[in-house]
Design a protein around this ligand. Structure first.
Ligand code: B12
Length: 216
């Protein structure tokens, strides 16, 4: 953990270089990369709140994303794991729902899943329901993971799951949703199997699903 409030201060002060140096020095002194990423995410939440109240503008939202990308580039390669082989056959089709272009959180979860041995097909942002289904079929993936940070994206998330049902793939697919705007209520509404904001929990849920599946 970085010195109390320093990461937050760098983010809210839009001080990219300070954030980078702080994170680098914390990594050198052995800090946990995931806790550092979490601190950065919390700082981003505060940026969002200030945007909502009008204290920050879109320019700050954009700049904070650049700061986050810079620190993620330092931290994400450190999120490797030794427990790989077991899950490497498990395919995950992952994307941000149509209408939504937020991808920092998605990229983080994708990196962590790959580090844990999952084969992740990252479709990027603003992904149409038809594309999710097409890729799921082509990859014969067992898991569909969708990210949403803005409220309208919940609608297209629901449409994706409806299409999955129409295509007869629903019962063989574990649908996991996440991202700031998702909740347990949203999960029930869109018809997903699980919802979480925590990447480690996401991996645990996917493992649990894979282990509980009937064998080939
Ligand atoms: C950075 C940011 C942007 C950047 C995004 C850059 C990028 N490449 O992603 C830019 C500037 C582009 C942007 C644009 C907009 N944004 Co914005 N943005 C944010 C901000 C400040 C931070 C988001 C972020 O990256 N956080 C850091 C990451 C690491 O956290 P995270 O995404 O939550 O991910 C974590 C978990 O949720 C989880 N996770 C994420 N996805 C998934 C998926 C699965 C399956 C799982 C298991 C887990 C998981 O993993 C991460 C683990 O730590 C948020 C504030 C907030 N509270 O989230 C607003 C926020 C999301 N934005 C908002 C808005 C309104 C917009 C705009 C509409 C603004 C505008 N007027 O144009 C546009 C939307 C454009 C669009 N069509 O999508 C609102 C949304 C409100 C709502 N409920 O609809 C927010 C909440 C700000 C606010 N409080 O008003 N934004």
């Amino acid at each position: 953990m970085a010195p109390e409030g320093k990461v937050r201060e760098a983010f809210l002060g839009m001080k990219r270089q300070d954030a980078i140096e702080l994170v680098e020095s914390e990594v050198r002194s052995g800090a946990d990369p995931l806790s550092l990423l979490n601190e950065c995410r919390e700082a981003m939440e505060e940026v969002g709140k200030r945007f909502e109240t009008g204290e920050f503008f879109l320019s700050e939202l954009i700049y904070s994303a650049e700061v986050f990308k810079a620190v993620s580039a330092i931290l994400q390669p450190l999120l490797k794991s030794d427990q790989v082989a077991e899950d490497s056959q498990v395919g995950v089709v992952f994307g941000t729902a149509r209408g939504d272009i937020h991808d920092l959180g998605k990229n983080l979860v994708v990196t962590m899943m790959r580090a844990q041995g999952f084969t992740v097909y990252d479709l990027g942002v603003d992904v149409a329901p038809e594309r999710f289904i097409k890729e799921l079929k082509e990859a014969a993936a067992a898991i569909l993971a969708i990210s949403a940070l803005i409220t309208p994206a919940l609608v297209s998330m629901g449409e994706t799951i409806s299409l999955l049902v129409e295509e007869g793939l629903r019962k063989d697919t574990f649908v996991l949703i996440g991202g700031g705007v998702t909740t347990e209520f949203a999960r029930r509404k869109v018809g997903a199997d699980a919802q979480t904001l925590d990447p480690a929990e996401a991996i645990r849920l996917c493992r649990q699903y894979v282990q509980g599946r009937p064998g080939p």
